[in-house]
Design a protein around this ligand. Structure first.
Ligand code: CP
Length: 319
């Protein structure tokens, strides 16, 4: 029997896990995925034992909200869906929202704008487990699903290379963090003004293991050459909608199409966190191709997040 041990209170960033915890989380996620067919007979079906978990989303979501709701229910917990009028810092101070919620619920899953707001929220409520369901800066739950997907396809991911093409955004940041910890090389190709922040490069470098190397490129073809997987995301993340037309022009050379995929390793995977915009960051033929694992990534959001909730909220569950 193993236990899902994790000593951190919160998951605001991939960097809140050490490499051992990250590997354990991915291993556990694979186990939970296999056990799902057992339904109520799964060993984790009552792990949360009726505890309440709140969802507070300041931005739209299909995948993250749905998979967290299912995850909590499948672990025997109850979901409290907070309405958008709770929006952090608008009606009352962030710390007050946190200090109310910790009197009622055990965890809060938050999608909001600023990572600093998330940190303030988590710091204000010492008893509350806080999970980052996406901020402008990081999307750590997406990285769990991404590496579960790569692990399923490649077995051992160490030494592989992922090329991320497009905006050096929250998805790219969490991908770089996790890849570095898992010994996976990352090539990121972005227009000059949209490169991964320097602090993220420093963070990824500081947690890199097994020789993992993060390299930034301005040319998409250079980044993709010989890669095992090619990843892209929307050119216009939530909150930047007024720049959409400008971004379409700037990012046009970064579209993932068949010509670009042909430069990657034969059999390379295509990845996208979704929602996708066919004809913009990816062509319809690549999106629908055999190489595409985008719906595996979407499915694995559920399993990765179940593993995470177990590690944070029910670490002594026998598995
Ligand atoms: N990938 C992702 O986070 O999807 P949603 O925005 O639908 O949650």
């Amino acid at each position: 029997m193993t236990q899902a041990t994790l000593t951190r209170k919160d998951f605001l960033s991939v960097l809140d896990l050490d490499a051992t915890d990250l590997e354990r989380c991915l291993h556990l996620a694979a186990q939970l995925k296999a056990d799902r067919a057992l339904g109520r007979l799964a060993p984790t079906a009552d792990a949360l034992n009726g505890r309440h978990i709140a969802l507070l989303f300041d931005k739209p979501s299909l995948r993250t909200r749905t998979t967290f709701e299912i995850a909590v229910r499948e672990l025997g917990g109850h979901v409290v869906g907070l309405q958008p009028d709770v929006a952090l810092g608008t009606r009352e101070p962030v710390a007050d929202v946190a200090r109310n919620l910790e009197r009622w619920v055990d965890g809060v899953i938050i999608r909001t704008f600023s990572q600093d707001v998330l940190k303030d929220f988590a710091a204000a409520a010492r008893r509350l487990h806080v999970v980052n369901a996406l901020t402008d800066e990081e999307h750590p739950c997406q990285a769990l699903a991404d590496f579960l997907t790569l692990q399923e396809r490649f077995g051992q991911c160490r030494g592989r290379t992922i090329a991320y093409v497009g905006d050096g955004n929250n998805v790219a940041t969490s991908l770089a963090h996790a890849a570095s910890m898992l010994g996976v090389h990352v090539h990121i190709a972005s227009p000059e003004a949209y490169q991964l922040p320097h602090t993220v490069v420093q963070q990824a470098t500081s947690v890199a293991r097994h020789g993992a190397r993060l390299r930034l490129f301005s040319d998409a073809a250079d980044a993709v050459a010989g890669a095992d997987a090619v990843y892209t995301d929307t050119w216009t993340s939530m909150g930047h909608e007024d720049e959409a037309e400008l971004r379409r022009r700037i990012f046009a050379p970064y579209q993932v199409n068949e010509d670009l995929m042909a430069l990657a390793k034969p059999g390379a995977l295509f990845m996208h966190c979704l929602p996708a915009h066919r004809g913009e960051e990816v062509t319809a033929d690549v999106f629908e191709s055999e190489a595409s694992v985008v719906f595996d990534q979407a499915e694995n959001r559920l399993h990765g997040q179940k593993a995470l909730l177990l590690m944070l909220l029910a670490p002594t569950t026998p598995l």
